[in-house]
Design a protein around this ligand. Sequence first.
Ligand SMILES: Cc1cc2nc3c(=O)[nH]c(=O)nc-3n(C[C@H](O)[C@H](O)[C@H](O)COP(=O)(O)OP(=O)(O)OC[C@H]3O[C@@H](n4cnc5c(N)ncnc54)[C@H](O)[C@@H]3O)c2cc1C
Length: 433
Amino acid sequence: MSRTKRRLIVVGGGAAGLMAAGRAAACGAEVLLLEKMREPGRKILISGKERCNITNAAPLERFLEAYYGRRGRFLRNAFHRFFRDELLALLHGYGVETQVERGGRIFPASGDAAAVRDALLRYALEHGAVLRTLAPVAELLREGDAVIGVRLESGERLSADAVILTTGGASFPGTGSTGDGYRMAEAVGHTLVPLRPALVPLRVKERARARAVQGVSLRNVRIAYFVRRAERFERLPPPAPLPPTGEMLFTHFGLSGPLVLSSSLAAVDALRRGEEVWLEIDLKPGMDEEAVRRRLQREFERFPHRRLPRLLRGWAPRKLADLLAAMSGIEGERPVHTIRAGERERLVRLFKHLRWQITDSLPMAAGMVTAGGVSLKEVDPYTFASRRVRRLYLAGEVLDIAADTGGYNLQAAFSGGYLAGEAAARGLGGRGG
Ligand SMILES: Cc1cc2nc3c(=O)[nH]c(=O)nc-3n(C[C@H](O)[C@H](O)[C@H](O)COP(=O)(O)OP(=O)(O)OC[C@H]3O[C@@H](n4cnc5c(N)ncnc54)[C@H](O)[C@@H]3O)c2cc1C
């Protein structure tokens, strides 16, 4: 009896894989979803502080910017076909109500990431996809210019009319995303854009200072990156536009918090190029230097006998006020009326240009996403089919896609997974099905 249904294997049951399996099965394919962990979607479960920031209410143009330039353009077609509204409609169909929060971030109204994972799993299973857990794939099997199946780590070989690779990135390996897909794609002829951690905390040279302010979190600050070129400091553009002001956090090793994470790839890439990198914090973005100067002077006149650390506590959290006072070089026991103009200038500079030299970032495992991956030039943006080998499709973080926080990474995985599932089920795209 001849088989009429296309037989597909989806490798990796994360955000992209669950969606791809569901869509492919809904399009009539016979789908086997192979997941190496005991359960699928573990990264979805920890996403958004276990509340899963599914997507964002921002306009499409903001989405495209959030993917760091060129990569955003690659996703334009996928978003045109399956975007936020389609995703939310699908989730609503499985009982997941959603709500929009600060910054347009969209979460399940229940506040539980498991609702999203479970809905996607039901979507796949109800359409007949078969899930096999504890089934790590070791290799894509290739014959000539086509992928014909996979080999599991156990040695078992499974054949398929097409394979969808959705193994995720290489960060937070405890979720199962250990970068296997990069090696598998490379082995069948794909090129990898170098892997780097993105959305990652940064380490600073001034460790003792960082420890002194460990745990201090700041709202409404502005940050900028600088590199030193030919003895001049040049400003580095962030990988995606940053909000004018935002939050950051000091840790025992350096800097973290939303503003720092969102822009960390700029520092990671500059360091990789061998450049010296500084991050500068503007603690008072609402005031220019002259306004800071005048306000300091007014307070010195109002409280002439106060000591500087105490006075600065009206300006910054206590630990940071103490650090700024120490960095100003003004002896702590001196009453502020003895502070000279040159000394006051040092304080002004500290408030407006508090510089930290970045030595490196935390390792890949600590990044929220992996930048780099399978080159987008080798993937068809209409079908997510490989342009290198036939019958292979790729979606999600295994591709050279990484975005800012805000729900953009999951939306990319869902949109790509949807398109890949549909195209693979119909045998479309790339160099033929
Ligand atoms: C702490 C944290 C919080 C995050 N929060 C958000 C958020 O709120 N919003 C957002 O948009 N993004 C968030 N992200 C990023 C987002 O979770 C990922 O970008 C997204 O999950 C990528 O989807 P994916 O399907 O490509 O990979 P994953 O979801 O990582 O899925 C890959 C799957 O493949 C499996 N796998 C890997 N190798 C093999 C193999 N050899 N054989 C079989 N299976 C394999 C893995 O076990 C895993 O289940 C967060 C990331 C982290 C680490």
